[in-house]
Each structure stands twice: as structure tokens, then as C-alpha cells.
Write a protein that binds this ligand. Sequence first.
Ligand SMILES: [Cu+2]
Length: 153
Amino acid sequence: MTTAQERADLLNKIGLDTQNKAALGRVLGTGSIGQATERADGRMEATIRIRPDELSWDPSIVVMPHGGDIQLELINDDQNTHCALLPSNGDRKFIWLVNHSRGRAALNLDGPGYYWFSSPTGNDEGRGLTGAIVVLGDVPPEARLDRPDQPRP
Ligand SMILES: [Cu+2]
């Protein structure tokens, strides 16, 4: 059993949290975590950056307090062109991010769960440009299974 800090230290020591160390990219889910903020109208928003030479999203895990609409501000501070393929109800969204550009994406994620996103050009994903949007909360009553209450840990 390791604590969160031991885990971070071990990932760093082995070289799994940085590009071109133990592996070509960083291991999924090892990046920073950010929480979406909620606006007065109920929509959520978050900013995600690609920092120079890091080939990762910052944050790479974006947490939404519950399902709904989120506006993402995507900023590419890197020297190379990247893009973002993002989850959203109905269809995924795609945006090009040439070097030193920014863009906005409006997503609807109305159910709790993990939703993956990435930059699918070149070998961006293999080098670490993958991330997740985590939606907290419960499914709406109409989507629940009709069964007795189940034990939850
Ligand atoms: Cu809310």
C-alpha cells in the first residue's frame, strides 16, 4: 500500500510521469487534476492547457461536480500543432489547436462516469496527450434500474 505522495514519487522515480523516460509517454491518469467551476446559470467551465514540451494536458483529469453542460477553454502553449477530440452527448467534438492558439468547446455530459479525451494527431496519444473528464453524481431517477437497494461500500 502506498500513499498518494509515495505513488507520485515512485512514478517519477521510475520515469512513468514524463515523456521519453521509462516509456514514450506518461502513463494514463498520472497528470494533474482540476475541478470545473460552476457559473450562475448552472453551466460549468474549465481551462485545459498544453504546456511547452510536456505533451500532456494540464489538468489531464477534469472533474465535473455533476452531469450537465461544460465550456472548455483549450490553450496550446506548445511549439507544435495539436488538437482535441472531446466527448459530448450526440457526437464527439473536434478542434484543431495550432501552436500558440486557443479554442473553446461546449460539451454536454449528462451522466456520471469517466469520459476520455485526447489529441489524436501524429503520435500525441502515445506520447501522453490523453486525459479524462470525470463526472460525479448519480444517474437521474428515470435511468436507474428497477431493483432493490444495493449495498455500497
Ligand atoms: Cu451544479
